[in-house]
Write a protein that binds this ligand. Structure first.
Ligand code: FES
Length: 146
């Protein structure tokens, strides 16, 4: 049912986990299957994705597609990452069963959501720290403000 590539990324996910100092974080979910995917980007001043990570609460194909998506955008520019499609992820995984194609859509959406958050933060339209763990020391910041 699954290609070797899918099984490899499922068994050995690349770039799994949060990224310290991430400046773009997006979370998406699929209401039907209940799967959730969170994407962390660390974009440098030149607009290059220096580091990327993901956390996925979902099926094996969702883990494999998020893992592959991170590999495809790591080291790329934001503009290139925006062009990432779910079919490019599926192609890189050498195919997915039709019933699992929506998992790759989730990966594409998670990347877009993280990029949206990166731009929103830059424009001051989003909280800098709307993520679960962004590396900021909120407690001492609050103390300083008192
Ligand atoms: S079954 Fe929903 S993302 Fe895989």
């Amino acid at each position: 049912m699954y290609t070797e590539k899918v099984m490899d990324h499922f068994a050995h996910p690349r770039n799994m986990g949060e990224v310290e100092g991430a400046n773009g974080v997006g979370m998406v979910g699929n209401a039907k299957c209940g799967d959730i995917m969170q994407m962390f980007l660390k974009v440098n001043d030149d607009g290059i994705i220096e580091d990327v990570g993901f956390k996925t609460f979902g099926c094996g194909a969702a883990v494999a597609t998020s893992s592959m998506a991170t590999e495809l955008i790591k080291g790329k520019s934001i503009d290139e990452a925006l062009k990432l499609t779910n079919s490019a992820v599926v192609e890189a995984l050498e195919g997915l069963p039709p019933a699992k194609l929506h998992c790759s859509v989730l990966a594409e959406e998670a990347v877009r959501a993280a990029i949206d958050n990166y731009y929103a933060r830059k424009e001051g339209k989003a909280e800098e720290c709307n993520c679960v763990s962004c590396g900021h020391d909120h407690e001492s910041e609050e103390q300083k403000a008192e």
